[in-house]
Design a protein around this ligand. Structure first.
Ligand SMILES: NC(=O)c1ccc[n+]([C@@H]2O[C@H](COP(=O)([O-])OP(=O)(O)OC[C@H]3O[C@@H](n4cnc5c(N)ncnc54)[C@H](O)[C@@H]3O)[C@@H](O)[C@H]2O)c1
Length: 406
């Protein structure tokens, strides 16, 4: 454990802690650090095994509530994962999606700017917009974005996320980092419709559900769109590289000191760095670990957006379907030919009016590698097998019970 992670008086606030990424981050913080966790969510059903953990405080609350926002911002490090981020909701619930992905994060960012907390905000690879099949690498600070028309309400999510990024970047005094995930996959992702959720989950849970129910996998518009699927474990490793660098940077200079060269690109760098990461202003307890940190500061982790993705894991959705059929057959010990073939379906038919898509999303991973030494490592087949095995194990019983209902 590095000294930065050794401080038992340091608290990280994880907003959206009960979700897919949040539950993995919570586990990793408890396993890799001595930190405390202040977890906020509307629902904690994934976290039953952690609810009584001595280093956790959980608040079942809505980020729409200004009192909740104020409370969260009192912690030195705030990771905001809370969002409506299920594609099927972008069409029918555009206004809610925009409130969730712009209004609430903007209010939290303002509160963090006032308190001095470091805000790690989860955006999305969708902010790159309607990319074509032959589009190249998406580079954080240079790739332009084009979105579909206002009638295609699928873009409600992406445009709200993009506006939130711009708001965060424009807020004076805020210490921020934006994360743009590229299709994370892993255990605990989404839900099984009719068992522990309603509607259409994201593609991994969607295909897993169909496989478990012996139904054909539905390929929207033939499944030609390509994505780079990334293991959630790589995503968590990225966050730890970020925390390590950011906390080292913020703690490495004192009030009145000049920020060292590594921190010069940080917005508001200078004495606010010490305030920002849990020394005097923040949280319930002072941060006893500060003086122990012999940091090797890292350039520019603040005021930066990072792609987090695995460029080597690119597949079309049709290829993903075939891979998942093969893995499912292996997990279940059956012949793949016994599983139904995938079926093509139109986007409008599947998701409803307002559907649209981007055809390729290939992350540039150079910035995370350059500034954090981070590169995703887990191959697609490994990530899919882990995810699908978890899904089968977790839902087999539930599904059996569900199917046997009168
Ligand atoms: N998983 C991915 O591949 C991916 C891709 C792109 C972007 N993201 C972004 O990463 C973040 C986390 O994604 P995830 O996959 O863990 O999603 P998730 O849906 O599993 O988790 C989000 C959590 O936020 C909670 N939440 C939503 N609104 C809330 C509110 N008003 N108050 C309190 N809690 C609220 C939900 O209950 C849920 O537990 C989101 O911002 C999402 O947009 C994820």
């Amino acid at each position: 454990m590095t000294p930065r992670f050794d401080d038992s008086s340091f608290t990280v606030a994880i907003v959206g802690c009960g979700g897919f990424i949040g539950s993995h981050l919570l586990d990793a913080v408890l396993e890799r650090t001595r930190w405390r966790v202040f977890g906020v969510d509307l629902d904690f059903y994934r976290l039953q095994h952690r609810l009584n953990h001595e280093r956790c405080e959980f608040l079942c609350a809505d980020l729409a509530d200004p009192a909740v926002v104020e409370r969260i911002a009192q912690f030195p490090l705030v990771v905001n994962l809370a969002a409506i981020c299920t594609p099927s909701r972008y069409m029918g619930e555009a206004c809610e999606v925009i409130r969730s992905n712009y209004d609430h994060p903007a209010a939290l960012a303002e509160a963090c700017a006032k308190s001095g907390a470091w805000l790690v905000h989860f955006s999305t690879s969708e902010i790159y917009g309607k990319t074509a099949a032959d589009s190249g690498e998406l580079v954080e600070d240079s790739t332009p974005a084009v979105f579909g028309p206002v009638t295609a309400s699928r873009w409600s999510y992406a445009t709200a996320k993009l506006l939130a990024e711009r708001f965060i970047a424009g807020l004076p005094g805020l210490r921020w980092t934006v994360v743009r995930p590229f299709n994370f996959v892993g255990p605990y992702m989404d839900f099984m419709p009719g068992v522990d959720g309603e509607g259409i989950p994201r593609v991994l849970a969607n295909f897993s559900t169909a496989l478990l129910r012996g139904e054909p996998l539905k390929l929207v518009n033939g499944g030609k769109a390509k994505r780079c699927f990334t293991s959630v474990h790589d995503a968590i490793d990225f966050l730890f590289a970020l925390f390590d660098a950011g906390l080292g940077c913020a703690l490495s200079f004192g009030v009145g000191d000049s920020p060292d060269a590594g921190c010069k690109t940080a917005a508001g760098a200078g004495h606010s760095g010490r305030d920002a990461v849990g020394v005097s202003k923040v949280g319930a307890a002072p941060n006893a670990g500060v003086s122990k940190v012999g940091a090797a500061p890292n350039a520019g982790v603040f005021s930066q957006a990072f792609n987090v993705g695995n460029a080597e894991n690119e597949v079309s959705i049709a290829e993903l379907a075939q891979k998942m059929r093969t893995i499912f057959a292996k997990v279940r010990g059956v012949d793949v030919s016994s599983l139904p073939e995938p079926q093509s379906v139109s986007g409008e038919e599947y998701y409803g009016a307002g559907y649209d898509d981007s055809m390729r999303r290939m992350p540039s991973v150079a910035k995370a590698e350059r500034l954090l030494g981070f590169r995703a490592r887990i191959p697609l087949d490994t990530a899919l097998e882990e995810s699908l095995s978890w899904f089968v194990k977790h839902y087999d019983v539930a599904e059996t019970c569900h199917c046997e209902e009168p």
